[in-house]
Design a protein. Structure first.
Lengths: 205, 109
């Protein structure tokens, strides 16, 4: 139990470094696999193709490994443009290389999809969307609550002993407590929602 | 012999068993698994790495980036005491299960 706790803590503290090391680890695996295939007599292009196939897709493997390591902290702080990480395959075969013009068209397409569709929103964006809406409701709620509390203070005065009905510390504590509850109520469902594959969400509709 | 897909839930046990023989990196584990099963078992390498990281987070493995041959850096995994404990426990459970399965499948033969 203690060992597990320590391992989780270590993982949490080292997660930024490990993130980069996962890429290095998978790259190393791919290179070893290519070499093994080449030593079996496969030509380089074919060896690379088979190695990539066996790994089950580099990006998918990378994402599922990252998912194991990710915590709710990562979901909150995740940068929306995380796709700009270093490429996994340092030397893709000629058939996989794309011209600069084609890459630009792809990037433009991605930007366009992000702007107009919610289907491919990364976790950070979904969280921010939920939080923004929650914070608006929270601000209105706390504002109305504070006004109502002060307005009702005269009629409540006979029920309260030893404390001022407009005590700033009490009002502040209640507001802080409600803020925490609201943020949790926004973050937890948003986190679950962001983990659902878009294809699954669409199918269930 | 045809390669058989691993039964769900057995990958952790196999990883722990292989690392019980000595520290190794991901590719080495995958290779050893194939060699030890005489090409009988095939694990998806895509599920190997998430499993290794999950086991590390559970405290059953530790890992370290080390320089390997050809000046490359590889993550080398080592089994912990907790991992060995789980290995022993699950090996016993697996053997009991396999024995029961064999008994049932051979009834009437």
């Amino acid at each position: 139990m203690i060992a597990r706790l320590l391992a989780s803590l270590r993982g949490l503290l080292r997660r930024r470094r490990i993130e980069g090391e996962i890429v290095e680890e998978l790259r190393d695996h791919l290179e070893r696999e290519i070499e093994a295939r080449q030593s079996q007599g496969f030509p380089p292009e074919e060896a690379r193709r088979l190695a990539l196939r066996d790994l089950g897709g580099l990006d998918q493997t990378l994402e599922s490994t990252r998912a194991v390591r990710s915590t709710w902290l990562d979901s909150v702080w995740q940068h929306p443009r995380r796709d700009r990480r270093q490429p996994l395959d340092p030397d893709p075969p000629a058939s996989h290389r794309t011209s600069p013009a084609r890459r630009q068209r792809r990037r433009a397409g991605r930007r366009c999809r992000h702007r107009h569709s919610r289907r491919s929103r990364p976790t950070g964006q979904i969280l921010r969307l939920f939080l923004r809406r929650g914070v608006i409701v929270l601000a209105v709620g706390i504002g109305c609550g504070a006004v109502a509390a002060v307005t009702a203070s005269r009629s409540l005065a006979s029920l309260v002993f030893g404390i001022d009905v407009t005590d700033p510390a009490t009002l502040g504590t209640v507001a802080a407590f409600l803020t925490v509850i609201t943020l949790l109520a926004c973050c937890l469902p948003a986190r679950s929602a962001s983990r659902i594959a878009p294809s699954k969400a669409l199918r269930s509709e | 012999m045809n390669k058989t897909q691993l039964l769900q839930g057995t990958l952790d046990l196999l990883i722990l068993r292989i690392l019980d023989l000595g520290p190794d990196h991901g590719w080495g584990i995958s290779n050893r698994l194939q060699q030890m099963s005489k090409d009988g078992l095939k694990t998806s390498q895509g599920s190997l790495y998430p499993a290794l990281h999950r086991l590390e987070l559970r405290g059953e493995l530790t890992s370290e980036m080390k320089a390997s041959e050809n000046n490359r850096r590889a993550r080398v995994y080592t089994i912990t005491r907790g991992g060995r404990k789980r290995l022993n426990k699950e090996t016993e459970a697996w053997e009991a299960f396999a024995l029961s399965m064999r008994r049932i499948l051979r009834v009437g033969q």
